[in-house]
Design a binder for this molecule. Sequence first.
Ligand code: CNA
Length: 410
Amino acid sequence: MLEALEKHSQGHRRRVPDDTDPEAEDTPAQSTLKATVLRQDLMSLGPDLFIKKYLYDDLYSARELLGVFGINLPDAFDEAPDASLISVLEILLNRDYNKRQKLAHIKTIDDIVKVLQQSKQILVVTGAGISTSLGIPDFRSSDGIYSTLGKYNLSDPQELFDIWLFRQDPSIFYDFAKRLLPEARGYSPTHAFIRLLQDRGILLRQYTQNIDDIESAAGILADKLIQCHGSFKTASCLTCKGSVPGHTIFRDIRNGTVPKCTLCNETRIKSQTSSSSKAHKPLKRGREWETSETEIEDTPGIGIMKPDITFFGEQLATDFKTQVLEDRLKADLLICIGTSLRVAPVAGIPALMPRDVPQLFISRESAGKEYAFDLELLGACDETVQSLAEKAGWETGFQAIVDRGRIRNV
Ligand code: CNA
């Protein structure tokens, strides 16, 4: 390696891989061909052997290779010795090598429908976009929740889900949380589509980032569902950790008031009426219990109920990590729906999948350059899944589930 670096810094003359004039400029067609051939070689050799073959065996300079891979260095690098560019090249090659290549046989909606019909273990990842047609806003759309947070004076909208801030002042969270609570117990056509996959026995698992628990209303079975960020289904007291069904605090949430733990309050009343006014240590269920009554009254976050959704700064449910590592090897199709794929670790699921597993993205906006979905179907997801179901010949079953989703009320 050192030897090769020295050779480069001494400006060794380089062989070129064809018999044309080494100093001659490539035509655009030649450049494209060269880039294609080199990229194929990178994929078959891997970055280390590729660098050995093309750089250390003196076929190209690092600068030339960067050019071939489409990196135009800023002017400041004009005089930089070639050896100093090798680390940049290594980073670039590793990034390209690890990036998924799109599968050649999936180019159109009909191609993906064929895959859908043949798949037996579909892994579905969902986000807030699958619930917007039910009136629940998402985060990052132009009319999403993040666009309406000016009044809270937060430095970052994600602070709404910051556990530290919640403990300090839960009223901020409860002021907006009602907007995330479903009004009625229906579900969207997209939820219906996922239920259809389950009914057809081809849903491996749904990983939802949503906290609205609409998947339960749509009848997604508990063992088919990972609620990656928890949900409103249950709520717990920050102090005693006592858990209650989520609906018991829905009235408070809808009124925008901070729900309090009845257990803690009962204990507090008993303690206030008892002859002893000393510190109480009732059940030792949490550290905070081992404190004095006055502290209970005064400390922020004591006796406050919090829906069991995962805030930033809290651990994700343990089943996420273990399950996704198992499921990635079982899945024969990945479908991501209604998500911007901006929140880790769910955003990393596409990169975890084996490269030959087809990947479909359904949302309003593209997932962006860092992803390589085989197909992106952009638009309203309810309409997209409807057309997928029709093309797959599943329309009747799909429509029946959609209809059931319209009628149920809380
Ligand atoms: P996001 O970042 O707000 O992205 C949602 C994406 O869905 C956007 O790219 C939209 O373009 C797209 N979208 C919106 N409506 C539609 C539609 N009808 N059809 C197709 N695409 C649509 O939200 P993510 O889910 O990616 O981010 C993860 C956050 C959002 C999680 O932590 C959730 O808890 C949180 N969240 C959940 C809900 C809910 O449970 N319903 C609501 C709002 C936010």
